[in-house]
Design a protein around this ligand. Structure first.
Ligand code: ZN
Length: 84
């Protein structure tokens, strides 16, 4: 098992696939395999984490907009943990 490399696993995703997963994740929970693959890609890629940040920023803005009456100006973690 020691010869196994990440590159040989079926977990690799292209940037296009990773972006699609990031967008899909906004609507629904990803399968575990997709979650792992996405995380691996984000670790290895420079562009996709920036795209992820944009999505998170958008989501935070939307959430704040939706319940702006509740004025929850909390840090990033709140939007991330919500199971929806
Ligand atoms: Zn990428």
């Amino acid at each position: 098992m020691t010869g196994m490399k990440i590159q040989s696993l079926p977990l690799r995703r292209t940037c296009k696939q990773a972006a699609a997963l990031l967008v899909a994740r906004e609507d629904r929970a990803l399968r575990l395999a997709d979650t792992v693959a996405l995380r691996l890609h984000l670790l290895a890629c420079k562009a996709c984490p920036q795209f992820e940040n944009q999505l998170l920023t958008m989501r935070l803005a939307m959430g704040r907009w939706r319940n702006y009456a509740g004025e929850t100006e909390s840090p990033d973690t709140e939007g991330l943990q919500r199971p929806d």
